[in-house]
Design a protein around this ligand. Structure first.
Ligand SMILES: *[C@@H]1O[C@H](CO)[C@@H](O)[C@H](O)[C@H]1NC(C)=O
Ligand SMILES: *[C@@H]1O[C@H](CO)[C@@H](O)[C@H](O)[C@H]1NC(C)=O
Ligand SMILES: *[C@@H]1O[C@H](CO)[C@@H](O)[C@H](O)[C@H]1NC(C)=O
Ligand SMILES: *[C@@H]1O[C@H](CO)[C@@H](O)[C@H](O)[C@H]1NC(C)=O
Ligand SMILES: *[C@@H]1O[C@H](CO)[C@@H](O)[C@H](O)[C@H]1NC(C)=O
Ligand SMILES: *[C@@H]1O[C@H](CO)[C@@H](O)[C@H](O)[C@H]1NC(C)=O
Length: 331
């Protein structure tokens, strides 16, 4: 073995050690490998600075590998943000090791590989993470033509619309019994901004009847998974026969209610009359007795004094002396 080979061997060995040591850093930036975002929603790309000791962050940059401009830059105590991108921590500062990036409203174009670079007073590190973006159809909205007061046995057009799908989807139609009416429906798919799709399905109910008013539509994505569904009830006009039945009902109510009211008031009147009569007759009887008594004591006093004048006396007397026997005894 020549000295040259020995040197080379040592050189390689040394290089290996150095390499191993250089990868052993004071700080390490840790990011999750991939994220799945949803169109229109927030996406959080988490990256955390791991350090053995306290470190202070000097710069942070976030960028998409495919695009040049920085999405977020922290440098010399100031942050430059691209609209729609921000630190995930609301009040991030240089002592905060959570340098995660937040996409406030994820777009289809946001998908890709993101690179985060951090420099601190104790070293620097770079890491990447990838974001995929999916889009879903929103819960469909339904409407009909005509809208309301629909006459029975007329045709009604029902619409089922949805947007936000990633690829052309499908719309299926069912009635309240679950019968599949999809074959009779007409689907129109359109591409909207941001590469998404909108669906509008038209279904004509021939000769709508009151026994079948509830129709359901389901929105399926390109893979056949249901992403949304809605139900719609056809607004038929109130039926004539039903209205007659209602009238009959209220008429018959009046029919049985009237005699009850009349008889009821008669009974009440009778009872009241009876009560008054009874009271009067008792009073008469008592005053008759009193009259008899008075006549015997004061024969000149007439019996024609108004009843009201005597009422108090009569009652008081009645309380004191219950029976004619008592009255006689008190005499
Ligand atoms: C790095 O170097 C130090 C000495 O400077 C040594 O003690 C340590 O074992 C090395 N680390 C590795 C992974 O080789
Ligand atoms: C890190 O710094 C903070 C204040 O800057 C201090 O309170 C804390 O003790 C330090 N921690 C370590 C491990 O040095
Ligand atoms: C980083 O900050 C974000 C936003 O506050 C939070 O949701 C996330 O859990 C934090 N990550 C860690 C590891 O603390
Ligand atoms: C659904 O789309 C059709 C055709 O574009 C439209 O006439 C109808 O008003 C829409 N319905 C709703 C509820 O958006
Ligand atoms: C409904 O009908 C459509 C069109 O005929 C068909 O493709 C679909 O599989 C049916 N769905 C169900 C749940 O039967
Ligand atoms: C219409 O039918 C659907 C599915 O069968 C059901 O969930 C919904 O409650 C019904 N709507 C009305 C107003 O009956």
């Amino acid at each position: 073995m020549t000295s040259a080979t020995t040197f080379l061997f040592f050189a390689i060995h040394l290089a290996c050690i150095r390499a191993g040591n250089s990868s052993e850093k004071f700080i390490k930036l840790e990011c999750k490998e991939e994220y799945h975002g949803v169109y229109g929603q927030q996406s959080l790309l988490q990256c955390i600075v791991k350090a053995v000791e306290n470190v202070t962050i000097l710069t942070v940059t976030w960028k998409r590998m495919e695009a040049d401009p920085l999405l977020l830059e922290y440098h010399k105590d100031t942050s430059n943000l691209t609209p729609g991108f921000t630190f995930a921590e609301p009040s991030w500062n240089k002592d905060n090791m959570n340098v995660s990036l937040l996409l406030t409203k994820t777009k289809m174009a946001d998908k890709g590989v993101y690179e985060c670079m951090v420099t601190t007073d104790r070293g620097d590190d770079t890491a990447t993470t990838s974001l995929s973006v999916t889009a879903k159809y929103i819960t469909p909205t339904m409407s009909s033509i005509p809208e309301t007061n629909i006459k029975e046995n007329t045709d009604v057009t029902i619409f089922c619309n949805s947007t936000g799908g990633q690829q052309t989807g499908l719309i299926w139609w069912f009635d309240q019994d679950g019968y599949n009416w999809t074959r009779r429906a007409e689907l129109v798919a359109k591409e909207t901004d941001d590469g998404l799709f909108s669906l509008s399905s038209k279904f004509i109910v021939l000769k709508a009847t009151s026994s079948y008013t509830n129709y359901t539509c389901k929105v399926l994505n390109v893979n056949g998974a249901v992403e949304g569904k809605a139900s719609f009830v056809i607004q038929l006009a109130p039926q004539v026969s039903e209205m007659n039945a209602d009238n009959l009902d209220s008429d018959s109510t009046i029919h049985w209610l009237a005699p009850v009211v009349v008889i009821g008031s008669l009974v009440i009147g009778l009872l009241a009359a009876l009560l008054i009569f009874k009271r009067r007759s008792t009073q008469r009887f008592v005053s008759f007795l009193r009259g008899a008594r008075r006549q015997s004591t004061f024969p000149l006093m007439s019996d024609h004094q108004p009843d009201t004048r005597h009422d108090g006396d009569v009652e008081a007397e009645g309380l004191n002396s219950d029976s004619p026997q008592d009255q006689r005894d008190s005499l």
